[in-house]
Write a protein that binds this ligand. Sequence first.
Ligand code: HEM
Length: 783
Amino acid sequence: MGVLDVFLQHSSSTSLFGALVVLLLIYIISSYIFSSKGNGKDPPGPKPLPVLGNLLQLDLERPYNTLMELSKKYGSVFTVYFGSQKVVVLAGYKTVKEALVNHGEEFGDRDLFQIVKDFNRGHGVLWSNGDAWKEMRRFALTNMRDFGMGKKACEDKIAEECDYLIEVFKKYKGEPFDTTQPMNYAVSNIICSIVYGSRFEYDDPKFTSLVDRVNRNIQLLGSPAIQVYNLFPWIGKWFSYRKEFETLFNANKNQNLQMFSHLKESLNPDMCRGIVDAFLAKKQTLEHSSSASLFGALVVLLLVYIISSYIFSSKGNGKDPPGPKPLPVLGNLLQLDLERPYNTLMELSKKYGSVFTVYLGSSKVVVLTGYKTVKEALVDYAEEFGDRDQIQILNEINKGHGVVWSNGESWKEMRRFALTNLRDFGMGKKACEDKIIEECDYLIDVFKAFKGQPFDTTQPMNYAVSNIICSMVYGNRFEYDDPEFTSLVDRTNKNIKLLGSRAIRIYNLFPWIGKWFSEWKEFNMLTTANRNQNLRLLGRLKETLNPQMCRGFVDAFLIRKQTLEESGITNNHFHDENMMGTVFNLFAAGTDTTATTLRWGLLLMAKNPKIQDQVQEEINRVIGSRQVKVEDRKHLPFTDAVIHETQRVATVAPTALPHKTSQDVTFQGYFIKKGTTVYPHLMSVLQDENEWEKPHSFYPAHFLDKDGKFVKRDAFMPFSAGRRICLGESLARMELFIFFTTLLQRFRFTPPSGVSEEELDLTSRVGFTLSPSSHKLCAVSRM
Ligand code: HEM
């Protein structure tokens, strides 16, 4: 045997051994990769091959079709492997909505394709994440709005572009042509005017080449070659498609750089032509501010010293929102109407602008007023302004449990659980509609029993509305003469009134002096009674719990708690305090606001008989005497407008609920420190003189176009906006529509005899929510 033979023999047995090792490694690695690494169940899916995953089962040119097929077999949440990359696919409306809306944060990051990683490097909006994405998205949104998005200016641009497009279409004189290019050019020109500040001619090669290249690259992104490259960049680098993509990308980048530099040369920061100008101006400001920072630091140090020596100094690093000068200890309390602070705040905003500071005692409150500012804060800066601030007296009871007064993970989990379960128990669905219709019948009987004589609508309305939330929470309604139920509702109602009293407002600021007020004692007595009664109700539900037959939210909560306990997961938010807190919240938030709005509605009808005539004429014409249904809303534009206008005028939650900043934030040039109390002044939005034609009158035409069709209004924000937007909005809207329309169908509402319409008082009662002052109405049967 020669040396060569020995070598060959040796090397072939080595490579056999090597191949085995490599195969074994692939097997181990891929079985490790394909196995679930978490603590829970993996979404099901077709069995993957090592390295290739499920690629052989997928139509690579139209993967969405294969995924649609797979979802039939594996359900709405399933796993596929693109090569060794695991992808969880969500299919169907319910699942996609639940993931993207209810679990918005968990599913909200962007995954990057390899080719995008190569060229984009995580910049921009579409392919970025984290703070960079947040900042770019907010900047783009705000600026696109400033440059016309959703506004008249934009409408004009589109109309102008239509004319150009029509010209191109006309040229073909009815002969066949490919619509791709003209359509791309026209649409692209709208975005060009917003971004660069000008449109381009359809024969300008600078423009057409830009659009055509983007179009081609979007095509390339979907090609199997680029998809293979995304999965296996090491083998895909030599595909010609990738090279083409790179050439086109670079050409567009260079062309954009040229356009940017033209814009830079002619930049005037006071006259921004488009988003590029706005971006360059912002960049310049930031650069200037950093070069001036050395000098600034000295000035700031001096200022910080002066300001911090003053008791009500700003403790932040920037400009404080302005506001009236506070007194030591009392702050601005002497300037505020303590029973109706929202009125004084409205006045102050006229002097200090839409972002200002007041001191309630020594606690600093930043007030946001007017549609633009409130929306910008709650929507564009949703996270920064999205924490809840506590109210002293409620904090003592709630201790941060439940939904309304909690924050952080506990709030997230409770809000999500409450939303999902209320939906399961009918919120916004047919089952709920049926419950409201059934409750209407009981309410009609109560109204009828007064035989047209004057009566106070408070209790019957509260009982009817409360029964809807009771059926969802406890799983059953109650009779209106059941003392267990009526006492619960009456006590909650009384407490909401007490919360708005001067005494409790003072207690909340100075608990050490406020404890001896009789209102404080009464509030606590009523709360304890309600807590004990709820404990009895919850105890009964616990005893009769059947996990196969969930009756309502409480059952669902108890079952979830049991399941977690059985699986040994002890560190979770499903404990008794959170259950009690959430039940209390749903009961209080779900009853008072809706019942109060309905009472405003009836009062406004009695006050405005001509408008009542129009509502009843519409109901007679469209519905007659049959049962009102949710789907009738679209055929009752006037009635719908009256309900919306009632909500606008009633403003039951004038300053929403207090928010606080979850982090330091610079907003409209003002620095607001983490943990600062913030009042979104909803009354100033609902009566914003820039948004409403007749902000201080009851004017249903606010919600009607010239043809009498219903129109939505952006500044209609009674449920607030952003992260903390009312959780029961869809339920409330359904209740308002069915209760109001049915009552107007059945009764004519008038003032008591001897009282004129003018004499009906529209001043609101003092309370945490705004309800009408005590009054009586007659409900005269119409059928
Ligand atoms: C006309 C009726 C209603 C109005 C005007 C209304 C208005 C509001 C407002 C202004 C807030 C505070 C939002 C903020 O902090 O920015 C809120 C929160 C809330 N509402 Fe409503 N609401 C109504 C009906 C309901 C109903 C029927 C429910 C019951 C399911 C409900 C449950 C809640 C809850 C749980 C919160 C706290 C949300 C959180 O902090 O995450 N509301 N509502």
